[in-house]
Design a protein around this ligand. Structure first.
Ligand code: GRF
Length: 212
């Protein structure tokens, strides 16, 4: 199987996929390309170290072609997303699954439609449980809810990507209990540990669902 991984930052989840690919945790699977929307993403280094081809897909050139208005921004994002889909569908070999691993850019139908039409699945890691804390800063919001509302647990999920943010069908979820008096850093560390296991598990289940 062939994976393309989208990242925006540190890439510790990408690293988990790199380490697992080709092992019993993720058999006969390789990452064929890594794409980042941020030039400085350390995950690009991780890919290079693993001899995985990388692309920095930059939004700025698309923004420059349009006025700094709401309509202009929408047009720029439409072109950016369509261009990202074309880039991925032009890869040889074409991926079976696209994994969003710490990817901080909302994917619109301009990306999702051509990708789905080509039969390629898109899955995403989100550090919350289905229906909870959608969007950015999910871990911090759960930590806050633990302190202020007595929330007992949060969690992590891998889900199918649809146009609505962090709302697609869950593939695998894992609960993480909230601990009295724990710092945000400590919770983040525990959650990232869970993420690293779940991203491999979620990818494996998705690939198993694809008859090759
Ligand atoms: C995850 O919690 C992700 O949701 C958030 O940052 C973490 C991914 O980190 N954007 P990494 O880039 O995989 O290390």
């Amino acid at each position: 199987y062939n994976l393309v991984v989208l990242i925006s930052g540190n890439g510790s989840n990408l690293q988990a996929l790199i380490d697992a690919s080709g092992t019993p945790a993720l058999p006969n699977t390789r990452i064929t390309h890594v794409i980042s929307n941020r030039k400085a993403a350390y995950g690009l280094e991780r890919a290079a170290k693993a001899s995985i081809p990388t692309t920095y897909h930059n939004l700025v050139p698309f923004k420059r072609k349009h006025p700094q208005t709401e309509a202009g921004t929408t047009a720029a994002r439409t072109e950016y997303d369509a261009s990202l889909a074309a880039l991925i569908l032009g890869l040889e070999p074409r991926p079976d699954v696209i994994v969003c691993a710490g990817w901080m850019h909302i994917l619109t139908p301009d990306f999702l439609n051509p990708i789905a039409a080509a039969g390629v699945k898109v899955i995403n890691l989100h550090p919350a449980l289905p229906g909870e804390f959608a969007g950015a800063g999910a871990i911090e919001r759960a930590w806050e809810a633990g302190r202020s509302e007595g929330l007992k647990r949060t969690g992590v999920m891998i889900h199918e990507v649809i146009a609505e943010v962090d709302a697609g069908e869950a593939i695998v979820t894992r609960e993480v209990e909230l601990r009295e008096g724990e710092s945000l850093d400590e919770l983040e560390t525990r959650i990232h540990e869970v993420e690293h296991g779940l991203i491999v598990e979620g990818t494996r289940r998705t690939l198993e669902g694809i008859k090759k």
